[in-house]
Design a protein around this ligand. Sequence first.
Ligand code: FAD
Length: 408
Amino acid sequence: MKQIVILGAGFGGLSAAKLLAKKLKNAGLNDKYKITLVDRNDYHTYTPMLYEAATTAKETANYIELRNIATFPMSVALKNSGINFIKNEIVKINIADGVVQLRNETLTCDYLVLALGSETNFFGIPGLEERALTLKTFIDALRLRDTILNAIAENQNARIIIGGGGSTGVELAGEIKMWMPQTRVSIIEASESVLFGFAPKVVRKAEKRLMCLGIEIITSERITSIDEKKVKLASGKDVAYNVFVWGGGTKASKLISELPLKIEEGKRGRVEVAEEMECLVRTPDLTLRSKIYATGDNVCSKAPSVARAAIDHAKIASSNIIADILNEEGRGKFGHKIYKSYDYPYIIPVGGKYAIVKIGPFVISGFFGWIIKGIVELNYLLSILPFWRALKVWLKGIKIFIQNDRLG
Ligand SMILES: Cc1cc2nc3c(=O)[nH]c(=O)nc-3n(C[C@H](O)[C@H](O)[C@H](O)COP(=O)(O)OP(=O)(O)OC[C@H]3O[C@@H](n4cnc5c(N)ncnc54)[C@H](O)[C@@H]3O)c2cc1C
């Protein structure tokens, strides 16, 4: 059997695997091509739920309940799909030979999809990687919750500092403040406003909401180092903290940035792709055994790093892989589809039942924004889980969230 290997089972990888499986089945080729999906976790993480997982009281939800609303077992997401799932760490990708090295296992591939997402970028700031908490995974969310609870147990007025006022910083600050109103929560941002680069109306609404919640916003201040007790700023000021969370940037994993593919210049190290989502090679003489596509956050794209973009990339990549396969099988002459970025709608929840939603030129905020967020979540859950399970998970999430809000 020919091998299609997909690295990473996040939004992009999972969508690519499911779409490819469906298309291969429709083409009657599922016994000639094997799809293998690899991830270090045997679950898929629904990242928009991580803020809530990190800020839910232990009386409201235990570890299992939080896990059930923020992550979904691959066995359920891939049921009856025919996709071979491997839980393992990817340690090296050798694209010249079409081989992927896992811990204690090697995979050969005829087609490869890179969907490894991103990791936290500490920009080499002294002390940051050792001392900062991050929020990228479900385990991070639990660690953050425990650290905040321990800090509050020691000091009722603990100060929580969030480095980076992008969407992660803003959303997390809002949720922490709703959960623990007595804490002092501050955002430190190097640009002149939080959500820098977002639509001005969204920025204004977010700032107003943060101030309303009592969150301190420190802008135009760059963090230069951090020690056990204080954050040092470029202006020379020291800011004491009890809990420090870093949400100041992301980059592609080293596995990607070290590939002999075209990699974007700068600090993010993502792979460059053609409009067909096929990776561009660095040296023209590199003979690739496999065709390599990429989706999601590990791609250098005009699209923002959001789940919807990863899923759209996956749609194009999977269509084009199928076109390549059908052409190879002599089933006709199929052309490639092209990915076009657009003004992606986005939602920024800022504490409690409040979210700012931007759809095209329209900005909706407040409770109605929160309702839209709920509908978008349900829609995604329905796309990866069986109907009743998706509905159950969604309702459970809402119940936990509302109870937590009331407690806060
Ligand atoms: C806290 C948080 C909240 C967010 N909220 C939103 C939101 O509300 N809306 C939105 O659109 N986007 C949101 N995002 C962004 C969104 O999660 C990403 O854009 C999206 O996950 C990108 O999909 P992806 O498939 O590229 O990567 P991911 O979904 O990150 O998937 C990458 C996968 O690769 C696996 N992996 C990586 N390296 C290895 C390795 N070496 N070995 C094995 N497996 C590996 C990881 O385990 C992971 O499962 C949020 C992100 C975070 C962190």
